[in-house]
Design a protein around this ligand. Structure first.
Ligand SMILES: C[S@@+](CC[C@H](N)C(=O)[O-])C[C@H]1O[C@@H](n2cnc3c(N)ncnc32)[C@H](O)[C@@H]1O
Length: 302
């Protein structure tokens, strides 16, 4: 018997965590470089995800995909092959699968420079130089809104800075059903509201057990919707599109396709915000680069 002895287990298929194995065998075991999917299965999942969403997995982020599938399959009690068969045939299961492989990191007023540029450049430009009317409506799309912090931040800012005769409406969309549920509920734990200025927190949230809930005066300005950026959203004449930290997960071809669909959904004079680590440089698009003192953004100028 090899009791109380350490040894390495190199396995490509085990569904057991090391701790489970220790418990079952009484041995001290360490997993080394264990791959959950074999190369052929990785290729199948990778191709399906890319075709259905534009999200690109490579050798670099393969481990993230593997660990998400692994966690999910532990609950579903299916083999990898059975699960692949299920998501290939069943559109609802595919939606759930795409939700679970997304990365949803976000926060309130993420990248302050963009909010400064929205307030000090984009809104004055739209009202004074583009629309040139004393009242009107600003149409904004927040694509890839995750759990809602981004559209709520935009809604708070616009509520504060727009002249009273101006209105706005925001469509906020994501491919993750779970994120959309959180966004619609509008409840955020205490440690999630850090980026919100105190005066906005007092004005647009109510204090509830364990956190804060968005007031309906704010949430009523936002329509949350499921939308996969692989498809045309059908929206037209948008004044502003926010799509930050989303296309970073796509390859160049998928990025270009998404950016060109934004172009079609926007007004002749309108603005696009992408993440500060994302760029349209070298991409075949008609957007103009706009450098402000707060952030760089893009303009459709036709
Ligand atoms: C990192 S979060 C960014 C959230 C927010 N825009 C921000 O900057 O804080 C990326 C979001 O994009 C969404 N996403 C990824 N691929 C998508 C697709 N094909 N269609 C729609 N949303 C997608 C993910 O579900 C995720 O919630």
């Amino acid at each position: 018997m090899i009791k109380n002895r350490s040894f390495w287990l190199i396995s490509s298929i085990s569904l057991l965590e090391p701790i489970d194995i220790v418990a079952q065998l009484g041995y001290h075991i360490t997993m080394l470089d264990a791959k959950f999917l074999n190369d052929a299965d990785f290729e199948l999942f990778r191709s399906l995800i890319y075709a259905e969403s534009g999200i690109t997995f490579t050798a670099t982020n393969r481990a993230i995909l593997e660990s998400r599938i692994k966690d999910h399959l532990r609950d579903k009690k299916l083999t990898v092959k059975e699960y692949y068969g299920e998501i290939s045939k069943n559109k609802e299961e595919l939606k759930i699968f795409l939700s679970l492989i997304t990365t949803n990191l976000t926060s309130f007023f993420r990248n302050d420079g963009h909010f400064q540029a929205l307030e000090k450049h984009v809104i004055p430009e739209l009202i004074n130089n583009i629309k040139k009317t004393s009242s009107g409506n600003i149409k904004l799309w927040c694509a890839g809104c995750s759990t809602g912090q981004e559209p709520y931040s935009i809604a708070m800012l616009l509520s504060e800075i727009l002249p009273p005769s101006w209105k706005f409406d925001i469509t906020a969309s994501d491919i993750s059903l779970k994120c959309l549920m959180t966004a619609k509920e509008g409840f955020y734990k205490e440690n999630n509201v850090d980026g919100i200025p105190q005066k906005y927190l007092d004005k647009y949230f109510s204090k509830v057990d364990g956190g804060y809930k968005v007031l309906s005066s704010l949430s009523s300005k936002i329509k949350f919707d499921y939308h996969n950026l692989k498809n045309d959203s059908g929206q037209r004449n948008l004044d502003i599109v926010f799509c930050r930290n989303v296309i970073i997960y796509f390859d160049e071809a998928a990025q270009t396709a998404v950016i060109n669909r934004f172009w079609d959904s926007m007004s002749p004079k309108s603005f696009l915000f992408i993440g500060h680590s994302e760029s349209l440089f070298g991409m075949n698009t008609k957007f103009e680069f706009v450098k402000t003192q707060w952030a760089t953004l893009y303009r459709k100028n036709t």
